[in-house]
Design a protein around this ligand. Structure first.
Ligand code: ADP
Ligand code: 5GP
Length: 198
């Protein structure tokens, strides 16, 4: 009997401002069959963010209810706000046969690997802390204190990168995109190990 087509779960992490969102958007233009799993967050929307597209923006009580109901595949507190991935979103994507892309922090990524060992963890590294700081500043979405928090948090995140399956340095955007594309397409080789999601 032919098995039901199922997608694979890819998790992208890296320090705030390293370029995860930029890379992800470019990746979707060059690789077919991917779908982004939109996370829930209690953080305030930034200027151009759209509810349901960038995040599902929800309040803390709603977030706590979702935790209690066991609706998250993973969730974590990051830089003072809560973020989580709904199981139902990931399940829907994988059952459609597309590969799911999660862009989440290291705590969440390790929770996913624990419950879904077939998930592929990819860590995006900055070329240097100086460059990371200047990208965050240039983006201009955080106040000075939040910016400092994000930079200091990045050191702990980078320590945990050793537990990831792949590291990609986002120095030149085109080169980083190419590395990411090759990693993902490499897993589409039918000879590779089976996937799982329950
Ligand atoms: P993240 O999603 O990891 O927080 P963003 O994608 O928002 O990061 O990128 C942060 C800033 O860095 C943005 O202004 C983006 O245009 C810029 N950026 C991303 N990748 C590169 C790169 N390879 N070289 C220079 N600037 C970059
Ligand atoms: P930002 O506030 O800059 O959008 O995201 C801050 C951090 O939260 C980033 O490291 C981002 O990857 C992470 N994040 C976004 N969504 C989720 C999620 O659903 N779960 C977890 N654990 N982290 C998330």
């Amino acid at each position: 009997m032919t098995p039901i087509a199922k997608g694979r779960l890819f998790v992208i992490s890296g320090p705030s401002g390293v370029g995860k969102g930029t890379l992800r958007k470019a990746l979707f233009k060059s690789v077919q069959g991917l779908e982004y799993s939109v996370s829930c967050t209690t953080r305030e929307p930034r200027n151009r963010e759209i509810d349901g597209v960038d995040y599902q923006f929800i309040d803390l009580d709603h977030f706590k209810d979702l935790v209690k109901e066991g609706r998250f595949l993973e969730w974590a507190e990051v830089h003072g706000n809560f973020y989580g991935t709904l199981k139902e979103n990931v399940k829907r994507i994988l059952e459609s046969g597309r590969d799911a892309i999660l862009e989440i922090d290291v705590q969440g990524a390790l929770q996913v690997k624990e419950s879904e060992p077939g998930a592929v963890l990819i860590f995006i590294m900055p070329p240097s802390e100086k460059e990371l700081r200047s990208r965050l500043k240039r983006r201009g979405t955080e106040k000075e204190e939040d910016l400092r928090n994000r930079i200091s948090g990045s050191r702990d995140e980078m320590l945990l990168s050793a537990r990831y399956d792949h590291l990609v340095v986002n120095d030149d955007l085109g080169r980083a995109l190419e590395s990411l594309r090759k990693i993902i397409e490499g897993y589409r080789d039918p000879q590779r190990s089976p996937k799982s999601f329950s």
